[in-house]
Design a binder for this molecule. Sequence first.
Ligand code: IVH
Length: 677
Amino acid sequence: MTHAEATARAAFLRTELHRHNRLYYIEARPEISDQAFDTLLRELQDIEAAFPDLVTPDSPTQRVGGAPIEGFTQIRHTVPMMSLDNTYSEAEMIAFFLRLQKGLGRESIRCVIEPKVDGVAISVRYENGVLKHAATRGDGQTGDDVSANARTIQSLPLRLPADCPQTLEARGEVFMPKEGFAKLNEERESAGEPRFANPRNATAGTLKQLDPRIVARRPLDIVFYGIVDASADAAAPADDLFSAAPGGPQSQSEVHALLAKAGLRKADLIWKADSAEGLLAAIRELDEKRKTLPYETDGAVIKVDSSADQRELGATSKAPRWAIAYKYQPEQAETRLLAVDIQVGRTGALTPVARLEPVFLSGSTVSNATLHNFEEIERKDIRVGDLVVIEKAGEIIPAVVMVKKESRTGDETAIPRPPHCPVCGTAVHQDEEQVVIRCPNPHCPEVVKRRLEHFCSRGAMDIRGLGESVVAQLVDARLVRDAADLYDLDALKLAGLERQGSKSIENLLKALAESKQQPPWRLVFGLGILHVGVTAARTLIEHFGGVDAIAAASIEELTQCPDIGAVVAPSIHAWFRDPVNAALLDRLRAAGLTFTQRSVEAASDKLKGTTWVLTGALSQPREEIADLIRAHGGKVSGSVSGKTTYLLAGEDAGSKLDKAAKLGVAVVSEEMFRAML
Ligand code: IVH
């Protein structure tokens, strides 16, 4: 490919990728499959790798996250980022509307009602149609430049369509979708990392990351609610607070229209009302519907629609007078704290769990709540016997938010930090911040059980029949102390287990034998190395080819592996240097587990769910390529039909090409196919 060809192709691919991103994320009507999108993206990546001068800041390839940064630089906001006054009752809402009527001297005032998204405020600036920077609120005047992190948000356009103002500064909220948040917490737990308390904390923590590659793997998203600058050139920022940018939208309704035109995602539910009754009706309806939104909301924001009216009403030093937030009461319940149990996790972390008098909250009966850690218990002064307020905050498991101290009788008992592990009695170890308390005993039966459960779990070695109860029995009977012991089990040793007939023992041994063929990334994940989740495990194996190469790698070599940063690399390095772990690995190797990636067998599931037809002259015999497709989870079929996902076409392809065209089946060159893998 010549430089000129590459320039043209890269420009074409970028435009196409921007278009498909918009169709997928903003308009929710994708035209191509995820795989086809990835193929286009990879082709662009390949071109940019070969011709680095063609990389542009708005290239969709830049979303994967650039190199880590030292710290955030500061950005001065062109228009200060203010906050909103809060109201908590309908009476206060009516008072707000009366103030509007008085201020504007008329009865009917058109207002817009939007959800108050519970995330992190952000200001995003485009100049000459290209994303210039994204900044957090900071102190309202200056915020952190989080552009590199914001770029990883798939729904955030890196370039604006030509038919809207090319200088545009929009205000919005970065959030983590409820679903993505739950998944992230599961992953964190399985990588031995602490869970985030709620989606807002997860969002704030993610935006503050100095390594955009980590951010790219977290499911951040964004909604916009304001435009403070919308001018044809960069010289004329707004002199006002909000939707009153000169030459830009003249009302909040026009703000919404311009956001839509610019491809900036706006709130899913928006109401209009021109009376106090109308406002209250909208607020109540939003409260009903907000559970269905993909993001957490903690209220409604009511804004006067017209910019002229907004200007007339003005602002205090802190907040505009033309807008207000109505905060919903979080769903809470009061109940009695009966006891505090201590759970021991895989990393030895001791987590206090509140046992509660059962109480009904947000659709279910609750009898447990998380207390997160002992520092929190001390901070909130929680005691056994207390009447406590519990709340569901984005988590399925509720949290204790506060204690009703006025209801104390004096019989409540403090919850001391445990000096010893409640299971094995070893003196505990506290981290530097005094937050996490750990049982340091690697042989603590609870820690051993958690570690084995993780090793056998579906996401790791996937050994059927080795769930919590069997693992507990095996450990308690001293048959198993570590993962390698599992492979020494036989029918005789298992005969004494409860509820295990000869058939289930046979199945268990079969599952164990079969697990030896599991791909090595499952083993790496199953080892339970701190900070190594499924994604890191897969990338490590892809990069190093096998467990031994990972074990031999220096910290520096580890950081050269994509996605492995300054925190994860030392953790991996230390794990493999521990003699106990080295001995475990030796025994697992001797037991016959798969340590190296086989080039053909079960390489990945990258092609899962796709059906391929091969045609024309390819660089390898067809059967070999078919094996490769199967190894990556795809299916291969002999003829093109409606079920075909891709036609892999070599030179001199014949009639199958015509049939694929007729049926709209994507045609892929061998080069593209290799790139997909
Ligand atoms: S308007 C002049 N609209 O709430 C301030 N804010 O408490 C204009 N927020 O910092 C803010 N959803 O981060 C507005 N639909 C919405 C919002 C919203 C969430 C956040 C925003 C702001 C905070 C104010």
